[in-house]
Design a protein around this ligand. Structure first.
Ligand SMILES: [Fe+2]
Ligand SMILES: [Fe+2]
Length: 208
């Protein structure tokens, strides 16, 4: 199966092909599989929640453009964009690949749509009040089939279709559990994302 056949529901536009060609040069095959999994799940979620499928597909395809940039480059690009860096970013510059990926989508592929750019920037830490397109890419990144088939992941997958916004804080909680068990830092923006979505959408019946 070729890369362009993998996502059968997406027409292989010239932009999509340009991105795939760039990914083939800059990203290992296993990561491309993940990216295509995110693309397909974002398409499915966007269609289910009646969002713009093409925007979801584009944001998902470009969400990890900066995944393999070195720490020094991530920090330099983030500073050049005027991003406010948290001490957790300085300790773990890899977290910046989402915000820096936004710049790469703009500069490499001429993406100007604010929703698509935001969805790329928000895919790792989320953001309080982020829009539905960002929620879709945030969730698809964590829940695409390549992430595994545990009961916990399957609960989150089901929640992402049934309760898009509840699934965001549920997904944050699951990732915090992992980070705490591994004694890794938790980025304050992820906590803000979780709190915002829990406060806004925590009482609508979805329980983890
Ligand atoms: Fe990522
Ligand atoms: Fe990803």
């Amino acid at each position: 199966m070729t890369v362009s056949q993998t996502v059968s529901q997406t027409a292989s536009t010239p932009l999509r092909q340009r991105v795939l060609d760039w990914l083939a040069e800059n990203v290992p095959p296993a990561r491309i599989e993940h990216i295509l999994g995110v693309e397909q799940m974002a398409i499915d979620l966007a269609r289910h929640h009646q969002l713009d499928v093409e925007k979801a597909a584009q944001a998902a395809l470009m969400h990890d453009l900066a995944k393999y940039f070195k720490s020094k480059r991530l920090l330099e690009m983030a500073r050049a964009e005027g991003l406010l860096l948290d001490p957790v970013d300085e300790a773990n510059p890899h977290l910046l690949h989402a915000d820096v990926g936004r710049s790469s989508a703009r500069d490499e592929f001429g993406i100007t749509n604010a929703q698509i750019l935001a969805a790329i920037a928000n895919h790792t830490l989320g953001r309080p009040g982020m829009d539905d397109l960002s929620c879709v890419v945030f969730l698809a990144d964590s829940l695409e089939p390549g992430r595994g088939q545990t009961p916990e992941l399957n609960v989150l997958r089901q929640a992402s279709f049934e309760h898009l916004h509840q699934a965001v804080w549920m997904n944050c909680d699951a990732s915090f559990q992992f980070l705490i068990a591994a004694r890794r830092l938790i980025h304050p923006r992820a906590l803000q994302t979780r709190n915002w979505f829990l406060q806004q959408f925590g009482r609508s019946g979805a329980t983890p």
